[in-house]
Design a protein around this ligand. Structure first.
Ligand SMILES: Cc1cc2nc3c(=O)[nH]c(=O)nc-3n(C[C@H](O)[C@H](O)[C@H](O)COP(=O)(O)OP(=O)(O)OC[C@H]3O[C@@H](n4cnc5c(N)ncnc54)[C@H](O)[C@@H]3O)c2cc1C
Ligand code: FES
Length: 275
C-alpha cells in the first residue's frame, strides 16, 4: 500500500471533502471481532456529520490486497483532541488490514462523504435501534440529538452480550440504553416491537439489521412516525460515479434507483427496501 507521510490534504476535491493521510493514534482490539481506531484528523475531517462516512484505503495483510477503498461510518468526532474514530468489525480482506494498523502508521482516507441523519424540528424523543456494526453509525446521531436537547433511547442489539459494542458511548451522550441479545431472545423482533410501541418516540433511526429495518419501516408507516435508515452497501468509488452501489427505493408507488454512497447512506425508512 502507498502510505504517504502527508498530514495535509493531498487532493482536495471540494471544501467539504478531501483525501488525507492520517496518523494512527490508537487501534484498540475490543474483543474477538471489533476494533476501535483513532486517527489524527485535519479540519475538514472534523466537520463530519452523523451518518456520513469515510472511504478507507485499507492496508494489505495476509488475507490479500484490498483493491477498492472500504466505507466506514464516523463513530466519533473529537474536536478537542482533533481526532476521528471508527468502530469496525474484522470482516474480511480490508478490515483485516485495518486491524493490523499500529500507532504512528498512516492511513489514507477520503471524506467525509454522503448524506447523514436529519432530526426534524420539534422532535422530542428519538429512538435509535441498531445491531452489530450498525451501532457505530448511530452513536454520533445520539450525541447530536442530546446536544439539541432531544431525548434519546438507544436499543442496542447483538448476537451475544459480550459482542454488544458502544453501550458506554451511547450512555456518555445521555441516551437511555436498552441492551438486547440473541442468547436470551430479548433481541427478537416481537420484543423490539413491544418496546417501540411503549417508548412513545417521535422519530425512529436504524442501521445494521434487515429484520429491524423491516420492523421500523412497518411501524413508521403505521404510526406515521418519521424514520431513517443508514444502509450498508458494497461500494467502489464512494463518490457517485460508478453506480455500483445502486439500490431500489419505493417512492410514490414507483421503483426509483439511488446511489447509496452519494444520495445516502441515510434514507427515509419508508422509501428504502430490504436486503
Ligand atoms: C456507509 C457504510 C458505513 C459502514 N460503516 C461501518 C462501520 O462503521 N464499521 C464496520 O465495521 N463496517 C462498516 N461498514 C461495512 C464495511 O464497509 C464492510 O464491513 C467492509 O467493506 C468489509 O470489507 P472487507 O474487505 O473487510 O471484507 P470483504 O472481504 O470485502 O467482505 C467480507 C464480507 O463482508 C461483506 N461486505 C463487504 N463490504 C460490505 C459492505 N459495504 N456492507 C456490508 N457488507 C459488506 C461481504 O459481502 C463479505 O460477506 C460500512 C459500510 C457502509 C456502506
Ligand atoms: S460506489 Fe460508486 S456510485 Fe456509489
Amino acid at each position: 500500500m502507498n502510505l504517504s507521510l502527508h498530514e495535509e490534504p493531498v487532493n482536495t476535491k471540494t471544501p467539504t471533502t478531501a483525501e488525507f493521510s492520517c496518523r494512527v493514534d490508537q487501534n484498540l482490539k475490543l474483543n474477538a471481532e471489533y476494533f476501535h481506531l483513532y486517527l489524527d484528523a485535519p479540519e475538514v475531517a472534523l466537520k463530519a456529520l452523523p451518518g456520513q462516512f469515510f472511504h478507507l484505503m485499507c492496508p494489505s495483510s495476509e488475507l490479500g490486497d484490498p483493491f477498492f477503498r472500504r466505507p466506514m461510518s464516523i463513530y466519533k468526532v473529537d474536536k478537542v483532541q482533533r481526532k476521528i474514530q471508527f468502530l469496525f468489525k474484522n470482516a474480511g480482506v480490508g478490515t483485516n488490514g485495518l486491524s493490523k494498523l499500529n500507532p504512528e502508521e498512516f492511513l489514507n482516507i477520503v471524506g467525509p462523504l454522503g448524506v447523514g441523519f436529519t432530526i426534524p424540528n420539534g422532535t422530542r424523543h428519538i429512538i435509535v435501534v441498531g445491531r452489530g456494526v450498525g451501532l457505530a453509525t448511530l452513536a454520533p446521531l445520539a450525541e447530536m440529538a442530546s446536544q439539541k436537547g432531544v431525548q434519546v433511547t438507544a436499543i442496542l442489539s447483538a448476537r451475544r452480550l459480550d459482542l454488544l459494542m458502544s453501550s458506554e458511548r451511547f450512555r456518555s451522550t445521555g441516551a437511555e440504553v436498552i441492551q438486547v441479545h440473541d442468547e436470551d431472545n430479548s433481541s427478537a423482533v416481537e420484543n423490539i416491537e413491544i418496546l417501540l410501541r411503549q417508548l412513545n418516540g417521535d422519530a425512529f433511526y436504524t442501521c445494521g439489521s434487515n429484520r429491524l429495518f423491516k420492523l421500523i419501516k412497518r411501524l413508521s408507516k403505521e404510526l406515521n412516525i418519521f424514520g431513517q435508515v443508514a444502509l450498508e452497501q458494497q461500494m467502489a468509488c464512494g463518490i457517485g460515479v460508478c453506480f455500483c452501489c445502486v439500490r431500489t427505493f419505493e417512492i410514490n408507488g414507483k421503483n426509483i434507483h439511488k446511489r447509496v454512497c452519494s444520495e445516502g447512506p441515510v434514507f427515509d425508512v419508508c422509501e428504502a427496501t430490504g436486503w
